[in-house]
Design a protein around this ligand. Sequence first.
Ligand SMILES: [Cu+2]
Length: 181
Amino acid sequence: MPRRFPVAAGCAILISGLMGAPASAHVVLDTREAPAGSYFKGLFRIGHGCGTSPTVRVTVQIPSGILSVRPQPKAGWTIDIRKKTLPEPVAGPHGKTVTEVVSEIVWHGGSLPNEHFDEFALQMKLPDAADGGVLIFPVIQDCAQGTRAWVEVPKPGQSRWDLTSPAPTLTLTAKPQTHKH
Ligand SMILES: [Cu+2]
């Protein structure tokens, strides 16, 4: 009984050629779980273009609860950091009050051929979620021709594999005990 994989536009060739490896295509976070409250380096991996068209812009939307985000500079790409004002100030890292947070990071000006993959990195301070939880990072992939919106989230009873364009997600794990020095 063959395992069932949905065939997403743009992934059909990869899936038929590499059964069991569809997770490496799409747009995904290289690491899918991290401790709540930690500093986390998130690598967003762009597995392919839009059809055969090269990727020319990557926009990562930052979920609420993340108060500190720094993109890693990337040769050949320009980075825009878009911010938004919070409805109410909150306590942030290093005892600071945060009134504005990063809403989106945009890489543009480069060109990633469909035949290649690449990674776009963010350092983030993850929220102190007491009960864990899942952070969702919608990604908009603009290509020379076409756009793909990696924004789908599984409904109850669905898995990522049921989705054509799943959003990258990060599962928060229990916060490690803090050391007293
Ligand atoms: Cu894909």
